[in-house]
Write a protein that binds this ligand. Structure first.
Ligand SMILES: C[S@@+](CC[C@H](N)C(=O)[O-])C[C@H]1O[C@@H](n2cnc3c(N)ncnc32)[C@H](O)[C@@H]1O
Length: 262
C-alpha cells in the first residue's frame, strides 16, 4: 500500500521507482514491459532481454494487426506465456488463443550425437544418473535446483487465476512434443508468434516441422536457445536451409534469436 502510494507520488513528479538490481537496458517499451515482467518473474527462466523483446513482439502484433495465435513449445512454469497473455490483455483489442506445449515433467534426455557438450554435461550434472541418449523419458532432478519442473496445475493457476486470462482461449498440450505435435498441430490455425524453447535438437526440430507453416507472413519465430545449445542451433540451421528461409536472424542476446516470416 505504502509502496504503491510512493510510486504514484514519484510517478506524478516524473520520476520512476524501480527495484535495485534491474538496470535499464534501453529497450523501447522497457518500463511498460518491466511492470508486467515483475508479475511473471518467479515463473520464467528467461532473462530480461528476452522477456522485453517478447513483450515488444506481442505489442507489434496487436498494433499492426498481425493475425494468429500465440504458441510456446517448452513453457516450464509458464512465465513467458503469462507475459504474452498480460501483453494481450493490456494492448490487444481481443483475446487470442494461446497454446502451451510441454511434457509438464522434467525435460527429456538430450542426444549426445547432436546436442553438444554443454547439454551432455548438464544432463549428467543436474539429472540424477542422467544420460544423454536422446530417450523420451524425464531426466529426474534436472530442474530441482530451480524449484522443480513446471506442472499443468501450476501453469493453469498462473494463467487462469493470477493473470485472469479467459480459459476458453487457453490450450494445454501435455506430453512429449514428438507425440503431441502430430496429434494436435493439425487442429491449430494461424500463428502470430511461435516461441521455441525446448532446448534440444529433436525438441526444436519437431516443432518447426509441425508448426512453421502456420506462422503468418509478418509473424515471429523465436528461438530461445540458438546460442546456448548446439543441437538447437543445428535444428534451426537445418530447417532454414532445407526450406530456403533467408529471413534475417535477429539477435536478442547471446542465446536468443528470432526472425520475421516474409
Ligand atoms: C527451458 S524450459 C522452458 C522455459 C520457459 N519458456 C520459461 O519461460 O521459463 C524447457 C521446457 O521444455 C520442455 N521440453 C523440452 N523438450 C520437450 C519435449 N520434447 N517434449 C515436451 N516438453 C519438452 C521441458 O520439460 C521444459 O519444461
Amino acid at each position: 500500500m505504502i509502496k504503491r502510494s510512493l510510486k504514484k507520488v514519484f510517478d506524478r513528479l516524473g520520476y520512476e521507482v524501480r527495484k535495485k538490481g534491474a538496470p535499464r537496458l534501453g529497450y523501447d517499451l522497457e518500463d511498460e514491459a518491466r511492470r508486467l515482467i515483475e508479475k511473471v518473474r518467479p515463473y520464467t527462466m528467461l532473462p530480461d532481454e528476452r522477456l522485453i523483446t517478447l513483450y515488444q513482439q506481442v505489442v507489434h502484433c496487436e498494433s499492426a494487426g498481425v493475425p494468429g495465435d500465440f504458441v510456446e513449445c517448452g513453457v516450464w512454469k509458464g512465465g513467458a506465456v503469462a507475459l504474452m497473455a498480460l501483453a494481450n490483455l493490456k494492448r490487444g483489442a481481443a483475446r487470442r488463443s494461446i497454446h502451451l506445449f510441454d511434457a509438464f515433467t522434467q525435460i527429456c534426455e538430450p542426444d549426445k550425437a547432436v546436442d553438444g557438450a554443454k547439454a551432455v554435461r548438464q544432463a549428467r550434472e543436474f539429472g540424477r544418473g542422467g544420460s544423454a541418449e536422446g530417450r523420451m523419458r524425464p531426466l529426474e532432478g534436472f530442474y530441482d535446483s530451480m524449484g522443480g519442473p513446471g506442472t499443468l496445475e501450476g501453469n493453469k493457476d498462473l494463467l487462469e487465476r493470477q493473470v485472469r486470462y479467459d480459459p476458453a482461449f487457453l490450450h494445454y498440450h501435455r506430453g512429449w512434443f514428438q507425440e503431441t505435435m502430430p496429434q494436435d498441430a493439425p487442429k491449430i490455425g494461424r500463428i502470430a508468434i511461435l516461441r521455441l524453447d525446448g532446448d534440444w535438437y529433436a525438441s526444436t526440430k519437431v516443432c518447426l516441422e509441425h508448426l512453421y507453416d502456420k506462422v503468418v507472413k509478418g509473424g515471429f519465430v523465436v528461438v530461445d536457445d540458438y546460442g546456448c545449445y548446439e543441437g538447437c542451433r543445428k535444428a534451426v540451421d537445418e530447417f532454414r536451409s532445407e526450406r530456403k528461409i533467408a529471413d534475417y536472424l535477429h539477435h536478442i542476446d547471446a542465446d536468443g534469436r528470432y526472425w520475421l516470416k516474409s
